[in-house]
Design a protein around this ligand. Structure first.
Ligand code: ZN
Length: 498
């Protein structure tokens, strides 16, 4: 009885979050500009309501009164998550929550101005304040515990700094020379091959055709356009994805389509029987990213995929695709090129961008690095890792929005997503031995259903550690990503026989 009351309460809070998600989607895709102020109030009102209900005494009593022994396995998961969230929100004084929210909003403005004017000093005092406030927050939450562990835990439950450190340093030791080797390899991609106009309406049609093949359910989701691609809405029945189009960069919108659809399939695959409860939520941020990366990189940048899609690409785009050779096209799709900006990076160098950010965040919170030294440290590492030096802060230390919303501990989940995706891809290939042939004939159904059963439906039933163990029989290990990249890029760059 108490348990069903607890579920009702949790579902009620989740309904408010759902309403907020749809309002936020609307803001990014449909909202007329004059509505901005009103929308901010509406979002604020919902936030206040959510905060009130998630910290209410009654909720705490419900959690205390449920007896764990009477619950089945799923009930225990729901109770565990409810407890964790409730205890967490109670430990932080309301005044600190308010100060963090206000500072983030001001820091955001300052970051935008600093980036536009290429003036780091505009943003640094705000960054310093945010680091200090997050430190206070984590000390309230877990006194005496390592601060960076707590920061990581907000995005990837249970992840520890020492684990990230160990994994990333192994990965880095392999990555830096590998990128150099590719750069000097005998076979190089033609980077200009696709730098020509491709009609937006064709980009849209081709993207839609692809996500339909992947199995995106248009009766449980929508597709729209926004300034920054995202996947939002409420899974599993109302999942909203977006892309944006650049006429001169056909791959940009295409891979956004696939990436966001990968996220969307996760959301659409959540267990509908437990709607609004933790069991019907994704395992973690990195697991979410593993699904987008698996579809984007392991599938949509694979040879098998383009064996099927290339003729369709040529047919869809007509004139600008005329005379393209599939092999050269495939290499251009997989060009590895050190660059300054993370969001434009390829699947190999991307991880170095993430490792750099992790190391700087870690040093900021350990006190090894001051905010004033941050830009120099950033630039020095860029040279060391990628051989490039930013010419201005906008393409260097100010490029990402994450630090402006105090999202410290967020970046590692991107590379964890890549690591998980490679390990999952290895497992699925073992269990579906003809997967490559299926992809080559445009059949994505058995891959999708496998992911659905092993990952999407599972939700938060398993921790990220237990989930990867259940899928691959092993803990997360960097060797899967390294082997995947070696096997793909060595032949492509003429370093080994294909
Ligand atoms: Zn993503």
């Amino acid at each position: 009885m108490t348990y069903s009351k607890l579920c009702e309460t949790l579902q009620g809070i989740q309904d408010l979050r759902g309403a907020q998600a749809i309002l936020s989607w609307d803001q990014e895709t449909q909202m007329p500009p004059k509505a901005a102020k009103m929308r901010a109030r509406q979002m604020g009102a919902l936030s206040a309501l959510i905060h009130e209900q998630s910290t209410a005494k009654e909720l705490g009593q419900l959690i205390d009164n449920v007896s764990e022994d009477e619950l089945d396995e799923l009930g225990k998961v729901n109770l565990r998550e409810a407890k964790r969230n409730f205890e967490r929100s109670l430990k932080i004084p309301a005044s600190l929550v308010r100060e963090l929210t206000e500072t983030c909003s001001l820091a955001n403005e300052a970051w935008f101005k600093a980036k536009t004017e290429n003036n780091v000093s505009e943003f640094l005092p705000w960054l310093e304040k945010l680091v200090d406030l997050k430190r206070q927050e984590m000390e309230c939450r877990a006194p005496g515990q390592p601060i960076y562990d707590e920061l990581l835990d907000d995005y990837e439950p249970g992840l520890k700094e020492t684990q990230v450190e160990a994994l990333f340093s192994e990965l880095k030791t392999w990555l830096i020379p590998f990128v150099k080797e590719l750069k000097e390899a005998p076979k190089q991609p033609d980077l200009t091959l696709l730098k020509r106009p491709f009609k937006i309406e064709d980009q849209k049609a081709f993207g839609l055709e692809t996500i339909k093949l992947m199995g995106f359910d248009f009766k449980a989701g929508r597709f729209d356009t926004s300034a920054h691609p995202f996947c939002g809405g409420v899974g599993p029945y109302d999942v909203r994805i977006t892309t944006r189009y650049l006429e001169d960069d056909v791959l940009s919108s295409f891979f956004s389509f696939v990436h966001e659809a990968g996220h969307a399939l996760y959301e659409q695959g959540l267990d509908p029987e437990h709607l609004g409860l933790p069991v019907c939520e994704a395992a973690s941020m990195a697991f979410h990213e593993s699904q987008s990366r698996l579809w984007e990189n392991c599938i949509a940048r694979s040879k098998a995929f383009w064996d099927f899609m290339f003729p369709r690409f040529v047919k869809q785009f007509g004139e600008p695709a005329k005379g393209l050779e599939q092999d050269r096209f495939y290499h251009a799709v997989n060009a590895v090129e050190p660059s300054l900006v993370r969001v434009e990076a390829d699947e190999v160098t991307y991880n170095l961008h993430v490792i750099l950010r992790f190391e700087l965040e870690r040093d900021l919170f350990s006190g090894k690095l001051t905010v004033a030294e941050l830009e120099d440290a950033w630039n020095a590492r860029m040279v060391e890792y990628l051989g490039l030096e930013p010419k201005c802060p906008a393409e260097g230390v100010l490029q990402d929005i994450h630090w402006a919303f105090a999202g410290f501990g967020y970046f590692p989940t991107y590379t964890y997503g890549n690591l998980y995706s490679a390990q999952i891809f290895d497992a699925v290939n073992k269990e579906i031995p003809d997967l490559d042939a299926q992809i080559r004939s445009g059949n994505f159904a058995s891959l999708r259903e496998w992911l659905r059963e092993k990952i999407h439906r599972v939700g938060k039933r398993l921790s990220p550690d237990d989930l990867i163990q259940s899928i691959s029989g092993q803990a997360l290990h960097q060797s899967y990503l390294i082997d995947y990249l070696e096997a793909k890029y060595r032949p492509l760059y003429g370093l080994t026989e294909a």
